[in-house]
Unconditional design. Structure first.
Length: 391
């Protein structure tokens, strides 16, 4: 029975899949499918052994150097799930060891892993998958603390879902609570960011933070999430570059309207947008700060305050150069979500970048550690929100 590679799995993505049969150590080659975008990075697929009983299995990530930010092969560490195991906080997923760079005769570099062969199936993904099912699990586990409402549709007509702990009050005479608006997955393949936000949400539910108004969109580019797109710089318009007035994507239009609703029902204090960097970035979590030259003294103090609070709360999960300023060449120079948040004088917008791989001292991120990082962000956020006088 031949070994098969399947991409008809949740968030499925793989291209150029090729199986080289071998009784002892068959080889499965693949690469990430750009799904029409200029960048590729997300992959996710299932290998079915269908009766083959090899001792070991070789995975070959072809064209590794073409994946976004994949400059250092040993820092690429995908996750695998053996024989559909589902147990524990990790859901059966585990990290592969560092990849081995192997040079092809023409000079191309592939990343190679060899591992003990599973009995039936091996699920492979660039990082722990996170989608609608995980959001549903979050809602269940939080026992009704979060309410889910759709507030619009994606460009393919899927519901855009926002979680909230409190609708606040539109009555200008009512006492309003300090508020935060959080989102992740504008770049749909950035699941590391999704797990950290999951941790934020679990922590807020755990301590039943009822004196703040938190709204959260965990799957901003829901089409990309479901379709297994990487989604960074994707056409027709990168979701996180579509935040002009007027916005250039329907998702962004719906988000801007929802942020307007939230702003009218709380004392807006913080906007947070969660992302992942290039594939071989391995120093943990960091932020892209607003360029100091673009801030007045009061806004610069506010930024220093917020980012200092997050950095110290994150501890070992924070990169040594936690406070970065984006100076890379962007395909799209148009406005981002964080820029949109920061266009309001009464709130601060922060971008978190969360490594797909690991953090200080060569430690790897597990789902539990991503959630722990989120827990710490939630604690720091609450402390700061509670310092805000109610209006
Ligand atoms: Zn991103």
């Amino acid at each position: 029975m031949p070994i098969r590679v399947r991409t008809d799995v949740p968030f499925g993505n793989a291209a150029l899949t090729e199986v080289r049969e071998d009784a002892k150590c068959p080889e499965v080659a693949f690469t990430a499918d750009p799904h029409g975008g200029p960048e590729a990075c997300w992959f996710c697929f299932r290998i079915e052994l269908a009766g083959a009983r090899p001792e070991r299995l070789r995975l070959v990530l072809k064209h590794a150097g073409n994946l976004l930010g994949a400059g250092h092969i040993p820092h690429i560490r995908p996750v695998v799930r053996i024989d559909d195991s589902a147990g524990g906080e990790e859901g059966g997923w585990q990290r592969l060891q560092p990849g081995e760079p192997v040079q092809a005769p023409d000079g191309q570099i592939h990343a190679v892993w060899e591992l003990p062969a599973p009995a039936r199936t091996l699920d492979v993904a660039v990082c722990y998958p996170y989608g609608p099912q995980e959001v549903a699990q979050l809602l269940t586990d939080c026992g009704g603390y979060w309410r889910a409402d759709d507030f619009g549709v994606s460009q393919s007509g899927r519901p855009m879902v926002r979680l909230s702990n409190d609708y606040g009050s539109a009555d200008p005479q009512a006492a309003r609570k300090p508020g935060a608006y959080l989102l992740a997955r504008q770049h749909s393949g950035e699941t590391s960011a999704g797990w950290v936000l999951d941790g934020v949400m679990r922590r807020l539910a755990e301590i039943r933070a009822d004196d703040v108004t938190v709204w959260c969109v965990p799957l901003a580019n829901v089409d990309g999430v479901v379709q297994g797109d990487y989604g960074k710089d994707n056409f027709p318009y990168d979701l996180n570059r579509a935040w002009g007035r007027p916005p250039m994507r329907h998702e962004t239009l719906a988000l801007q309207r929802d942020i307007g609703r939230w702003r009218g029902r709380c004392v807006p204090r913080l906007g947070g947008d969660f992302h992942a960097p290039g594939l071989s970035e391995h120093t943990g979590t960091y932020t892209f700060a607003v360029k100091p030259e673009n801030l007045n003294d009061a806004r610069l103090r506010e930024q220093t305050h917020w980012l200092g609070a997050f950095r110290s709360a994150l501890g070992e999960y924070a990169a040594p150069d936690f406070l970065r300023v984006a100076r890379y060449t962007s395909r799209w120079e148009t406005p981002t979500a964080t820029g949109y948040f920061n266009s309001f004088e009464d709130m601060y917008g922060v971008t978190f970048e969360v490594s797909y791989v690991g953090y200080s001292g060569g430690e790897v991120f597990t789902r539990a550690r991503y959630r722990d990082a989120g827990r710490r962000i939630a604690d720091a956020m609450l402390l700061e929100l509670r310092r805000t006088p109610k209006k």
